[in-house]
Design a binder for this molecule. Structure first.
Ligand code: SF4
Length: 435
């Protein structure tokens, strides 16, 4: 049995290789060395704020709850030291895209957000009002004063995790919130005015049915968001349909198809398995961009060059997060001049990454672009894998210069992605999990 038969929900490949394939770099290269031969004219800047008001039951992100004020201040101090070290290592960088993620960036107060943007502009030299800037928020923290700062500093896209518009479902996903609070937050976001609003919803919550799912979809659609992300729940409920993995898989796949068809009928276009967008809503890039050249600041952020993906630490388990943040805020300036943990991508891994990230998008893989980048043919490099996907009816083409997943292929993106991991990456990930 291959992974492709193990069910449609094996893992969300938001980046390849996964952080659990990172290992301590020995010797640690300086950032100057890491970036010296990289193109610097179209970089993506990512700022990570690892704080949330509460821990959602489904969360596997690097974040901690209940951070006291002093810790947030110390974190911003450390971010400033890191920004200086990174800026010193880059020779004339040009940032064309920026995002603040988490955690919940709006866990920061309006004054702290101002400080964050100030240090980004002053030290990193990014003109945030001139580039697309995405910021994540939550219903409780999307307050008018914070939103005003975001808008004033150039935020073009605001993304809010709602998950469900039914209070009981929100509770079941361990994110207690009231519908009224969610609607009020959405109202404040629309009143403030951002180019794009993204709403995250989750399917597969215990007790969720086709009817309640439709209810949440329609409640979100009432705001006519420019983007919607539909996430499958990955933490299996111990009751109801979650009892048997196969039943839960079928249930989630059914809800996925229902959601997809509903949004398509409402005029949205599908960008990836999770992402739907209103056509003509601007040149909004999916913020999991496949290009190399990402500079991450913050203790959970990754950075990408063409040959090395790196970060400060590679733990993702919640129990380790507190210790890592505490260590991060104490780091002296000189420590930020190095890449600590990471993964070196050789030519084969670069091709694999390009294939994987391209196929996860509805647009698919541009064969000409692949040839231009690698001077080889994707259809030859991955002939065995592509044949298997084609035989299953999950791959179309090549059609002209494009190779893309079929609608059912896209529905199985979370099985296809992990299945395409290379053997060395699988081995490293398995080694991490055994710790
Ligand atoms: S708000 Fe997001 S980052 Fe924070 S706990 Fe919930 S899912 Fe995780």
């Amino acid at each position: 049995m291959t992974d492709l038969d193990a069910g449609p929900y094996q893992g969300y490949v938001y980046a390849y290789p996964h952080k659990t394939a990172y290992r301590p770099l020995d010797p640690r290269p300086t950032l100057r060395r890491v970036w010296e031969r990289e193109p610097l004219e179209s970089l993506f800047l990512y700022l990570h704020i690892p704080f949330c008001e509460m821990r959602c039951g489904f969360c596997n992100l690097f974040t901690r709850t209940g951070a006291p004020e002093e810790l947030v201040t110390a974190y911003l101090d450390a971010l400033e030291r890191q920004a200086r070290a990174v800026r010193d290592a880059l020779d004339g960088p040009e940032f064309v895209l920026a995002a603040v993620g988490g955690g919940t960036p709006t866990y920061l107060s309006a004054a702290e957000l101002t400080r964050l943007f100030d240090l980004t502009e002053r030290i990193m030299g990014v003109d945030l009002r001139a580039v697309p800037l995405s910021v994540e928020t939550s219903p409780a923290t999307a307050t008018a004063d914070r939103l005003a700062v975001l808008a004033e500093r150039g935020t073009t896209r605001i993304s809010i995790g709602v998950q469900s518009f039914l209070d009981a479902e929100a509770r079941a996903a361990v994110r207690p919130q009231r519908r009224a609070e969610v609607e009020a937050a959405l109202g404040r976001i629309r009143d403030t005015g951002f180019e794009a609003l993204n709403i995250d919803l989750i399917y597969g919550i215990d007790g969720q049915t086709g009817r309640t799912w439709r209810h949440s979809l329609d409640a979100a659609l009432a705001w006519r968001p420019e983007e919607l992300y539909l996430y499958p729940l990955y933490v299996r409920p111990l009751t109801g349909l979650g009892r048997r993995a196969g039943d839960w898989d079928d249930h989630r796949l059914g809800l996925y198809r229902q959601g997809r068809d509903h949004l398509l009928a409402e005029g949205y276009e599908q960008v990836s398995m999770r992402m739907f967008r209103l056509p003509g809503s601007g040149g909004l890039t999916e913020y999991t961009c496949q290009s190399d050249g990402m500079v991450g600041l913050g203790c959970g952020a990754r950075s990408y060059t063409s040959g090395l993906h790196y970060s400060h630490e590679y733990a993702v388990a919640a129990r380790q997060v507190r210790g890592i943040i505490d260590d991060y805020v104490r780091l002296p300036a000189e420590e930020f001049a190095f890449a600590n943990v990471g993964f070196h991508l050789d030519e084969a891994e670069r091709r694999r990454r390009h294939l994987l990230q391209s196929l996860s998008q509805a647009e698919g893989l541009d064969l000409d672009a692949y040839r231009k980048r690698f001077d080889t043919e994707a259809t030859e490099d991955f002939s065995a894998e592509l044949e298997i996907l084609t035989d299953r009816g999950w791959l179309d083409g090549p059609e002209g210069r494009w190779l893309r997943l079929t609608s059912e292929g896209l529905a199985h993106s979370d099985a296809i992605g992990p299945w395409l991991f290379s053997a060395p990456v699988r081995e490293l990930m398995a080694g991490y999990e055994q710790r």
